[in-house]
Design a binder for this molecule. Structure first.
Ligand SMILES: Nc1ncnc2c1ncn2[C@@H]1O[C@H](COP(=O)(O)OP(=O)(O)OP(=O)(O)O)[C@@H](O)[C@H]1O
Ligand SMILES: [Mg+2]
Length: 178
């Protein structure tokens, strides 16, 4: 394992420990979700470019939410990195924002292999990885989604995945409006 991945793993384990102990403190403020998505896209762009993957943002004006910007970017970076790992080369990953009642929803869609119904809840548990290999072989530790779920729930939101095998995956989360 290279040192960058090792540091990532240690940080993930520290985050989980904090979340389990109820000691993750959110710095809540009004957040422009589109701006957070743009920051997350910028941070994964070099990896996407390696596979000629384009990431688009459909920014249909949504209300601000109350959230911890750094933690939401952390969740977005994991969802985008997962999408990049599984999306076919030269495909497009689509991020869509929707205003729905008391929540703002974020959808991240990729044209990868999808996630079978039987795995849609287990992938949010620790160390669960599907047998299907990503483009660059198996990498990561299976902690990104469990951390994302705890962070979103700590915000009073929800996270999930919609997928039909062969039709890609849409990972989504909702955050309460300000
Ligand atoms: N967009 C996706 N398409 C297909 N499978 C996915 C996708 N996102 C996640 N998965 C499946 O869910 C598993 C768990 O994802 P998670 O983000 O928790 O861990 P990881 O990406 O494998 O490792 P880490 O995030 O800790 O680096 C992945 O290993 C993969 O099997
Ligand atoms: Mg991941």
């Amino acid at each position: 394992m290279d040192s960058k991945r090792l540091i990532g793993l240690i940080n993930d384990l520290l985050d989980l420990d904090k979340l389990d102990a109820g000691k993750m403190i959110l710095s809540l403020a009004s957040l422009n979700v589109a701006e957070a998505v743009e920051a997350a896209i910028a941070s994964v762009e070099p990896t996407a470019t390696q596979s000629e993957i384009r990431i688009s943002l459909n920014d249909g004006r949504v209300s601000p939410v109350v959230a911890d910007r750094g933690r939401i970017i952390q969740v977005l970076v994991n969802l985008l990195s997962n999408a990049i790992k599984f999306a076919p080369e030269k495909s497009e990953i689509k991020v869509t924002l929707k205003d729905s009642g008391q929540f703002v929803s974020v959808f991240v869609h990729d044209d990868g292999p999808g996630v079978g119904k039987e795995f849609q809840s287990t992938i949010f548990e620790r160390f669960r990885q599907l047998p299907q290999k990503s483009k660059s072989g198996q990498e990561g530790s299976g902690l990104g989604l469990p951390i994302a779920k705890l962070i979103i729930e700590l915000h009073g939101g929800k996270i999930g995945v919609d997928s039909e095998e062969g039709k890609g995956s849409t990972f989504w989360f909702q955050l309460p409006k300000a």
